[in-house]
Design a protein around this ligand. Sequence first.
Ligand SMILES: *Cc1c(COP(=O)(O)O)cnc(C)c1O
Length: 416
Amino acid sequence: MITASPAQPLSAVPSASGRYGAFGGVYVPETLVSALVQLEEEYRRARSDPAFSAELDALLATFVGRATPLYHAKRLSAYAAERSGRGQAANIWLKREDLAHTGAHKINNTMGQALLTRRMGKRRIIAETGAGQHGVATATAAAHFGLRCDVYMGAEDVRRQRLNVVRMKLMGANVIAVESGSRTLKDATNEAMRDWMASVEGTHYALGSVVGPHPFPMIVRDFQSVIGRETRRQSVEAFGRLPDAVVACVGGGSNAAGIFYPFVDDAGVRLVGVEAGGRSRKPGDHAAPLSFGTPGILHGSLSYVLQTDDGQTADVHSCSAGLDYPGVGPEHSYWKDAGRVTYTAATDDEALDSFTLLARTEGIIPALETAHAIAEAVRLAGQMPCDRHIVVNCSGRGDKDVDEASRLLGLREAGR
Ligand SMILES: *Cc1c(COP(=O)(O)O)cnc(C)c1O
């Protein structure tokens, strides 16, 4: 167990060597080390340069559409009260990242990384993508800055996520279908890293979540922390104090880290991360490394990973492509072992129920990823008094998921 001493608040990570307690670090081939060092130096310079922050803030306001609203989901809260069997529940508020440009939180990170790319004098940006959301956000940032853009995507995902492939191409990005391995996100990440090793001179690799070798987990967390900073301010405006609980779904963990990080030193704010519980607790049926995994190395850092007994990365499953990943960011592993954040899992079925629940009670169709967090928020609200406040990170909108959700709902109907 890691314990926080008053001299060392939990927010004081990573260490100079990129560690979050025992987690994180830099486990990469020699050729990438100098690129990572260059990136960290450039990032530290940018962070202390008022011109960088001013340009990023202006872009977030005028291009991304920030600040996103904090919305009181009254009918969802009423539903939670009814279902609780106690006749009351906490107030549920949604942090509306689904209203950000391109429909999810991912753009907060890619605009920041594209600005860094330009500062480093690089003209090309590459990315990995699973469902295509990070690919779209990267292609968007590249178009804005006039950068060349190549996106690696598993061939299986290219087929499943046609709409996002078209969006990326429309914005001038080149989509490279990866035919190796399981032809999904893990394989696309391997290929993007391989490309970067050969092209690092003129190319920046824009990683899409708080994963990978240091300094990526720190950079992505910092760019996404705008979500939590706005939430603090908006909570005080809306209900006069900080929230009692903050809930977010966890794939790689970037939307969760972004909303949690500005609250980690506030002991009175309960933080809950929700992983993909999939079909069952059996290996291969879920994508919940913090709930069921063990520490191991994946994509350049040490963190909880779903792996077989002989250390091979395990197969994973989730109804939502954005949570379908066997690893998780090292800072989440740190928060888990420190007991600061509680990690739970919502199943495919619970996510599907919450997908329709939010649509019907509030007129908001969430991403299937986000629906996992909604499920946990309704459960948690039902255990709390009605003068309490829960903020859920509404990480993205569900337009991309309507075909898959209606297919799954149809299957369920047929099974009844
Ligand atoms: C990509 C994505 C996620 C999962 O990624 P994190 O890095 O865990 O945030 C969650 N929600 C939406 C809408 C996404 O697009």
